[in-house]
Design a protein around this ligand. Sequence first.
Ligand SMILES: *Cc1c(COP(=O)(O)O)cnc(C)c1O
Length: 376
Amino acid sequence: MNADTQLTTMNATYKSTGTKYNFGAGPSILPKEVFEEASGAIMNFNNTGLSILEIGHRTKLFQPVVEEAVATLKELMQLDSDHEVVYLHGGASTQFFQVPMNLLDEKATAAYTDTDIWGAKAIKEAKLYGKVDVVASSKDKNYTYLPKDFVVDPSSAYLHLTTNNTIYGTQWQDLSLFYDKKVPLVADMSSDILSRQLDFNKFDLIYAGAQKNIGAAGVNVVVVNKNILGKVSRQIPTMMDYRNHIEANSLLNTPPVFAIYVCMLTLRWLKNNGGIAFAEKRNEAKAKLFYETIDNSSIYKGTVAKEDRSKMNTVFVIDNAEVEKEFLSLCEKEGMIGVKGHRTTGGFRISMYNAMSLEGVKALTDLMKYFEQSKA
Ligand SMILES: *Cc1c(COP(=O)(O)O)cnc(C)c1O
């Protein structure tokens, strides 16, 4: 139990109130209000006496849910009328092949950036459909920085990037680097969509698995500029062609009804709580507190280039494996959930998505400071 502990050293105090904080990378924390409303809707959706789990997707009951999910996302992202929003099955990993299937002809070349395991997976799938030119890669240094000096052939079908590298903990801070390349821009924003203000209309296709910043697992958000579609010569299976989903308003077949409902609730929450501007401010405050803590520490070491550090997923190590273990078990005891690093990086990964409070990060950094002092 982690209720009401107080741990003190000469210079550090950590106080627990028994709250659990979930720093897991995904599926991850969502706002408490969303959990409450979604659980109520399982028993009685909008006072209909029916569960959200049993209503037909083409009924008058569900239609407004998907409409609000689309409209709120468009509003939050300030999308222009060329950009369509669809909710699709399959997770972000399905987009790794659905994107090239729709945008890359067999003889054409797409430009890709290789900055994390996710980007590498996207490259592997794209090669099934056409040629891939890896224009920038940080694989040489174990994905610990972002390569900013790159050239894109203007005849490329598109340029693909991962805005936030969930596993290694880097994030493109200046996306304008990508804006003048004169080719359609495609971004995997799975782990930082809606976390900061961007000119989303600069992107021709954005995709994100919902389970990190938007809602429940089981659905993908795809934002696409409709003008880039319909240009490849291959036959596309009905369910894989974005145009069919746009035309059917995300109801081409039975959609993941509950997952879309949770997205709608989370988007509504974000809209009612200051939108992306507010989320960005809070995310900056959390990241500042966190990075100050490791920068002022002699045992916690960040693993990536400072200028590329992610505000969503931060990765750090402790040089001594025994001490790492000890800190990990302290975290478990004190209700800090999901802090263990990805199996490929080791150490620790702290995910601070939109729904994570500043108090949560404060509690964790207090615990880190206490632990360091107790080792001194
Ligand atoms: C989590 C993640 C994925 C994979 O998402 P799935 O929905 O599990 O397929 C892809 N890209 C990035 C950047 C991610 O963070």
